[in-house]
Design a protein around this ligand. Structure first.
Ligand code: GUN
Length: 283
């Protein structure tokens, strides 16, 4: 039986701490941390994420602007909106919710956000800093995973860490943070030969591939720590992760559930980054 890592509880405690630090900062400086989130189009999952980000900001005492733009927004219109937010001194963080509609140039959009307001840490400057281990902002999901491991007193040093998935948002920066924490890190992806052979080596297994219930009990070592970053909707409408909880949980020593695992931590780290951005701008 695995210990269930309660992301909701860890997120709630961390958010209380952020709220307290933000209130102190505001009392000292008169500055309220401000986040602007741009959402383009009608992606239903994105709408839920953006609503949750907005709610979390307000609960932490932040300013939160949500900018909804229509599906047929042009690159120029979106870039003009970013320029406007760039010049707004009350906005310390700018986030463009992904995925963008296909006709938009994601790379150009992410590069248009100034690095000091890039609370997603997706800008090439911030990505490069993460590689060097010298960063202001950590990407929210991998940072949330590290925070959970820390909270659960799971030491990464010297342990076999396997990351399944190599996305720019999760897999690649996740591998880098585990490496900075002195893990021995392997990154797997769709071309990996005999995936199970590699995942069975993991003391710490982080899965971010976006395939429902993909990692099964036979792919996991007895006693492994399993972190499920996936968020998929089954045909019956239920939310599920990338890990088949029923078969993996009995083998793991600790595991994150979906929902209620990594998800709440991602937004928490976004709040942390927004507070950091506000402080850096103000000092
Ligand atoms: N879409 C899914 N996850 C994220 C995220 O962390 N940031 C942004 N901007 N879009 C996302």
């Amino acid at each position: 039986m695995a210990r269930i890592i309660d992301g909701k509880k860890i997120a709630a405690e961390t958010r209380e701490d952020i709220k307290r630090r933000a209130a102190e900062f505001t009392a000292e400086t008169g500055v309220v941390p401000g986040l602007a989130v741009i959402i383009v189009g009608e992606n239903p999952a994105s709408k839920v994420y953006v609503r949750n980000k907005h709610k979390a900001c307000l609960e932490a005492g932040f300013r939160s602007d949500v900018i909804e733009m229509s599906e047929d927004t042009t690159n120029d219109e979106l870039l003009a909106k970013i320029e406007e937010l760039k010049a707004d001194d009350g906005i310390h963080g700018i986030l463009v919710q992904l995925p963008l509609p296909r006709h938009l140039d994601e790379k150009a959009v992410l590069e248009a956000i100034p690095p000091e307001k890039d609370v997603d840490a997706f800008h090439v400057v911030n990505t490069g800093k993460i590689m060097l281990g010298d960063y202001d902002f950590l990407p929210c999901t991998p940072a949330g995973v590290m925070k959970m491991l820390e909270y659960e007193k799971i030491d990464v040093t010297g342990r076999e860490c396997v990351v399944v998935g190599r996305s720019n948002i999760v897999g690649k920066p996740m591998a880098m943070l585990l490496l900075h924490a002195n893990g021995t890190v392997t990154v797997c992806h769709s071309k990996t030969r005999d995936l199970g052979e590699v995942t069975r080596r993991a003391d710490i297994l982080v899965v971010a591939i976006g395939k429902a219930d993909f990692i099964t009990g036979d792919m996991v070592k007895e006693g492994a720590v399993v972190i499920d970053v996936g968020m998929n909707r089954r045909e019956d409408g239920k939310l599920t992760g990338d890990v088949d909880f029923a078969s993996v949980e009995p083998k793991a020593s600790a595991i994150t559930p979906v929902p209620g695992g990594v998800g709440p931590m991602t937004i928490t780290m976004l709040l942390e980054n927004t507070l950091t951005a506000a402080k850096k701008k103000t000092k």
